[in-house]
Design a protein around this ligand. Structure first.
Ligand code: COI
Length: 362
């Protein structure tokens, strides 16, 4: 361990109250959190302490100007009970990619990983034992200056808390392709995991829900033609045996999903034909009309892989084959679940055993 992280353990664990067989997503919180403060140009006051509220000045800049970025990652238990992390370094890098876009300071990547090992090690009992469930890890950073003018904050707080979770989407989902609102335009913040991106998507998502759809399928901001992503996931189409997904690096408007990246590696390695390229909603409609749209699925840390059963676009509604007839999405999901459970050889080197703390000071 390179960093000095103070540890203050709770005297009253809430673990006995948790029912691991009835976990909904994001409602239950583990005992501890990691906190660091950015002051005078450096990260300091590194600590793990009992999860608690923060006092908030009414002028806290994040609340007014939205300098807030976050990550979502997962810890799981292997079949023989060992706590495991999935690609933590990738999440550290992506947090800093997001922070840079919002003129926030970088958080040291090795400290990010070390803090997660220590926190998850301390709260390892909170990792649900069931395959498919996980300990969701939420690192985030926000501006803390009490200041009313518009400029980057000079102080920030970085926090990691964790939640035992079941599946984000327990059932296949329906999508409404959005033709009025946009999520992201080139040059904007769409490829950052910025809190404000989610705020801007709330109203369209609410309107889609009122029309009976689970989520919005976002189209590009210029022509409302090219598919970007779903509010909570990246998106994959299987057309005539080929797996097609938009390319975040080319578009500059799409979140660089780590589950997306993992699934691309897995599918290529398994011999699937995979294309990372622009795909228009018209191409999807045409494939559906020709009976070539075999499946659609979303990928994300929270969702892992969520099969799509229906997509609406203008006056058309495309109903997709039932999950029992889908092979790519279910295969990708079970591959990732098996990797996380240590039931499949980790040929990509993505799964990292949690370094359990030797001793902790009170
Ligand atoms: C994740 O998949 O981790 C996300 O951050 C999506 C979130 C909306 C739950």
């Amino acid at each position: 361990m390179k960093y000095q992280i103070r540890v203050n353990r709770t005297a009253h664990s809430n673990l006995p109250q948790i029912d691991f067989d009835n976990l909904s997503f994001g409602r239950y919180f583990s005992d501890h959190m990691f906190v660091a403060e950015y002051r005078e140009g450096k990260w300091q006051d590194l600590r793990i302490e009992p999860l608690s509220e923060f006092a908030t000045h009414p002028a806290t800049m994040a609340l007014h100007y939205g300098q807030a970025v976050f990550e979502g990652m997962k810890a799981s238990k292997s079949h023989d009970g060992r706590p495991m992390l999935f690609r933590p370094q990738m999440h550290a890098k992506r947090l800093n990619f997001s922070a840079r876009r919002l003129a926030m300071p970088a958080f040291p990547e090795d400290l990010f990983v070390e803090a997660i090992h220590l926190l998850v090690g301390i709260d390892a009992g909170w990792i649900p034992p069931k395959k498919g469930s996980a300990l969701y890890i939420r690192p985030f950073m926000y501006a803390t200056d009490p200041f009313v003018g518009v400029r980057p904050s000079q102080t920030y707080r970085f926090v990691i808390f964790t939640c035992p979770v079941g599946p984000y989407y327990p059932k296949p989902v329906s999508l409404l392709a959005e033709t009025h609102y946009i999520r992201a335009a080139r040059g904007g913040t769409g490829e950052a995991k910025a809190a404000g991106n989610y705020a801007a998507a709330m109203l369209p998502a609410q309107l889609a829900n009122e029309k009976g759809y689970d989520q919005v399928l976002w189209l590009d901001a210029q022509e409302f033609k090219y598919i970007q992503e779903v509010g909570t996931m990246n998106i994959f189409f299987v057309i005539d045996g080929k797996v097609i997904t938009p390319n975040p690096e080319e578009e500059g408007t799409i979140l660089r999903g780590i589950t997306r990246d993992s699934i691309l590696h897995i599918l290529r390695d398994e011999g699937y034909t995979v294309e990372e390229r622009r795909i228009s909603i018209d191409e999807v409609v045409a494939a559906h009309e020709q009976g070539k749209l075999e499946e659609v699925f979303g990928t994300g840390t929270a969702a892992v892989v969520a099969q799509v059963y229906k997509i609406a676009y203008e006056d058309k509604e495309m109903v997709l084959p039932p999950i029992s007839e889908c092979r790519v999405g279910p295969f990708a999901k079970s591959y990732i679940d098996d990797l996380r459970a240590g039931l499949r050889a980790d040929k990509f080197g993505w799964v990292e055993p949690v370094q359990l703390p030797q001793s902790v000071d009170a």
